[in-house]
Write a protein that binds this ligand. Structure first.
Ligand code: DC
Length: 209
């Protein structure tokens, strides 16, 4: 049986951490769809045409810390504006979502475009300042220190591009549960995510009864 949990939200809101924990809690597989766009962005930085890079993507490209740099994040946000790139990545994401045993997908357009019929949907947010502080701590821990102001500017620039694009812009699905993690630590954010998902599952069961 397939079961899809869609988790969307802006950069560094806590989606990744929450999605991994939620997947583990329900025993589902997890796909970080940002990695698809990052892998395409990486190839484009190396000189490949964006659409060709998206079409040629293979699972092995999704691995590695090399994709988790500010430079690749910006490149990913830029290629994500191109409709042909997005179209080339749809089938892979939908197939993953419908795999037997359940799946958690996190990204920007999972609840709106990729899996509008997902059984549960979350939209995870936090203030830009909180997100910038978290992202900076993450980068510093990996030896990349660009400074708070640069990280905040990067977060705001990506927000504007991700929310402003014509094709599949970042926005909450109308039936998504909202989760603001600004004042929550990881344990509290994960607990709240599971509570919201359990509530959606219970509501769906009630409707089909
Ligand atoms: O989640 P992330 O920071 O790894 O995503 C990198 C970029 O990829 C993000 O700025 C926009 C794009 N993206 C997207 O357009 N749609 C998705 N489902 C996931 C990511």
């Amino acid at each position: 049986m397939s079961f899809t949990i869609a988790i969307d939200g802006p950069a560094a809101a806590g989606k990744g951490t929450i999605s991994r924990a939620v997947a583990e809690h329900y025993g589902f597989a997890h796909l970080d769809t940002g990695l698809l766009y990052r892998a395409v962005g990486r190839r484009v930085l190396d000189g490949t045409d964006p659409e060709a890079a998206a079409r040629a993507l293979v699972a092995d490209d999704l691995d590695g810390a090399a994709l988790r740099t500010p430079e690749v994040a910006q490149a990913a946000s830029k290629v994500a504006v191109i409709p042909e790139v997005r179209a080339a990545l749809v089938d892979f994401q939908r197939a993953f979502a419908r795999r037997a045993g359940g799946a958690v997908l996190d990204g920007r357009d999972i609840g709106t475009v990729i899996c509008p019929d997902a059984e549960a949907k979350l939209f995870v947010t936090a203030s830009p300042e909180v997100r910038a502080r978290r992202r900076l701590a993450e980068l510093v821990a990996r030896g990349i220190d660009t400074g708070y102001e640069a990280v905040l500017a990067d977060v705001r620039e990506r927000d504007a591009r991700d929310m402003g694009r014509a094709d599949a812009p970042l926005r909450p699905a109308q039936d998504a549960a909202m989760l603001d993690t600004s004042a929550l630590d990881i344990a509290a954010a994960v607990a709240e995510a599971i509570r919201l998902i359990d509530r959606q599952i219970a509501q769906k069961q009630e409707e089909t009864r």
